[in-house]
Design a protein around this ligand. Structure first.
Ligand code: NAP
Length: 275
């Protein structure tokens, strides 16, 4: 690294979360800045929930050129937004903050478009009028439900806490039998829970038996290797989509808004895989 870097001209962007040390976003965005020769740096800021609003305003006052927002701040940052996109209005959460030239802050949610772009890239499927099963109804699931509604899918949702499922689609009981039955008729089955993050076993609540060549299995959990559920689904002939693609494309959509440049997807993907 150049010993004289960063300089007084270096621009900065970053991610706020609590905790945030696990975030892969710095590796992805710094790889993008390097690939385009931009004198920018991307940092991770651990911000306690009680300090979110003053931290966001302070960072932008100090010249921050863009922020990503991760758990648990995606809803709280709405208090700092002077305008929000329709995606934020529908989802109720922002993962991207953009400083506007007049000093106002725009909130966006790029998770929905990240989800769809990764799907279109890895396993394109016509969702209009199609049955989709989503397992999970947390923050990411809200963005995915918005994305799937936009494509005209008929969404069924199974969630451990049942009341949240009915807010996003037709609720399916959170039992192995009901989940398997709903998966059997679906063209796309999405795991939007955190199940499978740190395990080498297929989680008992994720269906495998009904998946086959006519199904796309999409696991938004991101790991360097495919999750055990995706491996099992692929073994039965299903097409699969992993969470790294969604992470990449939500980041790329934020990058484009901050820099005005075309995101260098290859470099960003390599940055993610090297992190
Ligand atoms: P969240 O808001 O905390 O939601 C967690 C979801 O997982 C809820 O539906 C929760 O059910 C369910 N869940 C957690 N533990 C469970 C268990 N033991 N059994 C059954 N269900 C369980 O989190 P989130 O932001 O939606 O994130 C969910 C996952 O997606 C995480 O692994 C995250 O890393 C990943 N993610 C990936 C991307 C990407 O770009 N690939 C983007 C965002 C998130 P309850 O409602 O019953 O608690």
């Amino acid at each position: 690294m150049d010993a004289a870097w960063p300089t007084s001209l270096t621009r900065f962007a970053g991610v706020i979360g609590w905790p945030v040390s696990h975030s892969l976003s710095p590796a992805m965005h710094n790889a993008a800045f390097r690939a385009l020769g931009l004198d920018w740096a991307y940092l991770a800021f651990p911000i306690e929930p009680r300090h979110v609003e003053e931290a966001v305003r302070g960072l932008f006052r100090a010249g921050c050129a863009g922020l990503n927002v991760t758990i648990p701040h995606k809803h709280a940052v709405l208090a700092c937004c002077d305008e929000v996109t329709p995606a934020v209005e529908a989802i109720g959460a922002a993962n991207t903050l953009v400083p506007l030239p007049d000093g106002r802050i725009r909130g966006d949610n790029t998770d929905a478009q990240g989800f769809l772009r990764a799907l279109d890239e890895a396993a394109p499927v016509d969702l209009a009028g199609a049955d989709v099963l989503m397992i999970g109804a947390g923050g990411a699931a809200r963005a995915i439900a918005f994305a799937l509604r936009g494509r005209g899918a008929r969404l069924r949702v199974a969630n451990r806490t049942p009341g949240k499922a009915g807010e996003l689609g037709e609720a399916v009981p959170f039992t192995p039998e009901a989940i398997a039955a709903a998966a059997a008729g679906a063209v796309l089955v999405v795991n939007a829970t955190s199940l499978g993050m740190g395990s080498d076993e297929v989680p008992a609540d994720l269906p495998v038996a009904p998946l086959g060549p006519g199904t796309v299995a999409y696991d938004i959990v991101y790991r360097r290797e495919p999750t055990p559920w995706l491996v099992a689904a692929a073994g039965q002939g299903a097409r699969t989509v992993d969470g790294l693609g969604m992470l990449l494309h939500q980041g790329a959509a934020a990058f484009a808004q901050w820099t005005g440049a075309d995101p260098p997807l290859g470099a960003m993907r390599a940055g993610l895989l090297a992190s």
